[in-house]
Structure formats: structure tokens, C-alpha cells
Design a binder for this molecule. Structure first.
Ligand SMILES: [Zn+2]
Length: 397
């Protein structure tokens, strides 16, 4: 009787390479021939590539794919990808990927100043690697005293959330006390910008420091699924960074729900926290306006919507101007690189406002303005401001 065991070793190894890593370990217990085939390291190399996209061990201390798979990927491979930090009000965007012999979790933060054109900055949170003796080494990379141990635990069903817990929280405390700790946090937060801080901004940052501080040593992360490309939408979904007055630049996620385009916060503030909707626009309310109709905010508010809803006759581009008395929160950064005197589309929408603590939330009317695939704005009619959102061009693969 023909048996799989009669196959030449290379062919047996090839067939086994299609099994998942966990099944491979079980198969190796069946008999000696299987065990020998499973010991072929290239089988494990295939696994690392197919299941986790890791193609080589360049830079890693271990050169055994089997060790790498069983000790690192099997336990921590789920952590690759994009996560949202579960931090009260503020949230956070985290990307985990392989960087030169380490699995590294980077928090992606917008520049503190309101320049929405600047790319996100990476701040290292923790790393996972194998030491010289093939032991797993997980390090907290925050604090003032260099890397120290931390623990990563999967917490959710289907590993859709995990918790990172620092083992030496005292290494995050500044020896000179909390005041000094705030100063050095501020320095990092502001990326060493030494401009004199307006008292109001300093208060906002002090609140952020106090609320986010405990999360530095213990934080839950929830899996984020980034949206795929879709047809016939005014702008492709995905992550953008946008201007929120005194709260600086925040990260948002654009998605579509029936006839609505929705902008949800990924990072937030005590007024509109992370995960809450900040802007929503009705895709049936597309408007085409002349320059004259946009000259003042009062004119925009008095528009007879039936007259300006374009229907099928929407031109590819239409004129755009910032109405008199409306403050521009960042569009001017794009003056030289883009034509911002025209826009691709304009929709009626609402923005969400709330008091501190997400109290008494209400919707406020506005216009969603799409400039191009990378840039949109929201004109808050009551607030007389134009928030500007620029696509996050960071690569998440
Ligand atoms: Zn730590």
C-alpha cells in the first residue's frame, strides 16, 4: 500500500510546508520520518513568510526559523499591524512591525504644532526579540533609564486586543519629582520646540500629561482594521490628520456608511474623545457654489440648499474661497503645493461639539470640502473656522 512515508524526504518536507506551524509541531510527534522532515528549517522559513510575511532573519540574533517561529511568531506574531491605544479621551495610533532584528511597536503621533502637512513621528513603545541564548526578550522603551522588561498579553477573543505592562514603572518616574517629569514630557511632546507656550495651551497639555501618564506603564491596545479602497466615493477612506484648534493636530479615520461619509477620531481630546464621530456629511447633499456665494459666512448660511444641490451636473472642479472672517486652520500650508482655489466637491454636513468630558454634545452645521485624494476640509459655520485634514501617508505594511 502506498504511504505518504514512502515519498522522498524532500517531497515529504514540501507537502508538510503547507501545514500551519502549530500542526507541524504535532506532526513531528507522529514518527521519525515526519520528525526529520519537520526539522528542515526551510519548512519553517516558508511558515514565517506565509503566515506573518517575515522573509528573512537578517539582523536577528537567532538564525533558526523554527526557533523564531515557535518562540516569537507563534506567541507574538498576532501583534503585527495597526492598533488603537485605549487611553481615556486621547486614544492613540500604534503600528507594530519588524525593524532590524526586533519586533517594534511605534506610536505614531502628529507634530504638536498645528502644521498638518508634517508627517507623523514615531515614538517607540516596546520591542520583542530573541537574545543570544534564544530566550524571548520583551522591553519597555519608554521612561528615563533605557530599556527594561515588560510583558505583552493577548486579552481579546481572536487576539484582537492585547495589554502591554511595564515591569519597572519606577523607571518612568523622574527622580526630581512630578514637576520635572512634566517638563521632560512636555519637551518630548513638543519635539523640543522652545516657543513660549500660551498659558491656555500649557493647561491643555498639563491635563493630557496627567490623564495619559498612568497608561505609559500599562495600556490596552485594540486591533484596527484599515478600510479597503472603494468605488464611487468623493475621497478614498483611510487615516488623515486634522486641525482641532487648541488641541492641535489629531488623527481621524474616514469611512462610509450608506449615503454618509463619516470621520471618526483615532486620537481625541477631552471634548470629543477618541472613537467618537467628529464629522459626518450627507453624500446626497452635494453643492456647487460660485465664488460670490462663498464670500461671507452669512451668505453660506443663507443658501437655499435646493438651489445649490448639483444633482448630475457636478463639474469636476468648482471655485473655493475661505469666507471673510473664517479662520483657516492649516490650509495655507498647502498654498504652494496644491491648487486650493478650487475644490473637487462640497457637501452639507455636521460636526460634533461637546464640553469637557464629552458633556452636552451637539451637532453643528458645516460644509465638507474635498480638494483632492489627499486633502479635505470642514468649514464649521458657527465656529467660523476651517479644519483641514491631510491623508496620513505612512506605510502600514
Ligand atoms: Zn517601562
Amino acid at each position: 500500500m502506498a504511504s505518504i512515508l514512502m515519498l522522498p524526504p524532500e517531497l515529504l518536507a514540501f507537502l508538510l510546508s503547507f501545514l500551519r506551524g502549530i500542526d507541524l509541531s504535532r506532526v513531528s510527534l507522529v514518527c521519525k520520518r515526519f520528525k526529520e522532515a519537520v526539522d528542515a528549517d526551510w519548512i519553517w522559513q516558508q511558515r514565517c513568510k506565509r503566515e506573518y510575511g517575515v522573509e528573512s532573519l537578517n539582523g536577528w540574533k537567532s538564525q533558526s526559523y523554527r526557533t523564531f517561529y515557535t518562540k516569537i511568531l507563534y506567541h507574538y506574531g498576532f501583534i503585527f499591524g495597526v492598533w488603537q491605544a485605549d487611553i481615556e479621551y486621547y486614544g492613540g495610533l500604534v503600528h507594530v512591525s519588524v525593524e532590524d532584528g526586533l519586533i517594534v511597536a511605534n506610536q505614531l503621533v502628529p507634530a504638536c504644532e498645528s502644521n498638518v502637512q508634517k508627517p507623523l513621528q514615531k515614538k517607540k513603545l516596546f520591542s520583542i526579540t530573541l537574545d543570544d541564548e534564544d530566550r524571548v526578550e520583551i522591553m519597555c522603551l519608554k521612561g528615563h533609564e533605557g530599556p527594561h522588561e515588560c510583558i505583552i498579553q493577548s486579552t481579546g477573543v481572536k487576539r484582537n486586543s492585547f495589554r502591554a505592562t511595564c515591569c519597572e514603572p519606577h523607571k518612568h518616574r523622574h527622580t526630581a519629582g512630578e514637576g520635572q517629569e512634566f517638563e521632560s514630557w512636555l519637551e518630548e511632546e513638543l519635539d523640543n520646540v522652545n516657543d513660549d507656550l500660551h498659558e491656555h495651551i500649557r493647561d491643555i497639555l498639563q491635563t493630557k500629561f496627567e490623564i495619559t501618564r498612568p497608561y505609559e506603564t500599562k495600556c490596552l491596545y485594540k486591533k484596527m482594521v484599515l478600510p479597503l479602497t472603494i468605488q464611487d466615493v468623493p475621497i478614498q477612506p483611510g487615516l488623515f490628520k486634522g486641525t482641532y484648534a487648541a488641541n492641535g493636530v489629531e488623527i481621524v479615520n474616514v469611512s462610509y456608511h450608506g449615503d454618509k461619509m463619516r470621520v471618526t477620531k483615532v486620537t481625541g481630546d477631552p471634548h470629543i474623545p477618541a472613537c467618537e464621530i467628529t464629522i459626518e456629511a450627507d453624500l446626497n447633499s452635494q453643492m456647487v457654489l460660485t465664488k460670490h456665494q462663498q464670500e461671507t459666512r452669512a451668505q453660506l448660511e443663507d443658501l437655499d440648499v435646493d438651489d445649490v444641490i448639483g444633482g448630475d451636473e457636478n463639474p469636476e472642479l468648482q471655485p473655493f474661497i475661505i469666507p471673510a472672517g473664517v479662520s483657516d486652520r492649516g490650509l495655507y500650508y498647502f498654498e504652494e503645493s496644491k491648487n486650493i482655489e478650487q475644490c473637487r466637491a462640497r457637501y452639507a454636513g455636521t460636526g460634533q461639539l461637546a464640553a469637557h468630558g464629552f458633556q452636552n454634545s451637539s451637532s453643528s452645521p458645516g460644509h465638507l470640502i474635498i480638494f483632492d485624494e489627499e486633502l479635505f476640509g470642514f468649514l464649521w459655520l458657527e465656529l467660523r473656522t476651517l479644519s483641514v485634514f491631510s491623508r496620513v501617508l505612512y506605510r502600514f505594511d
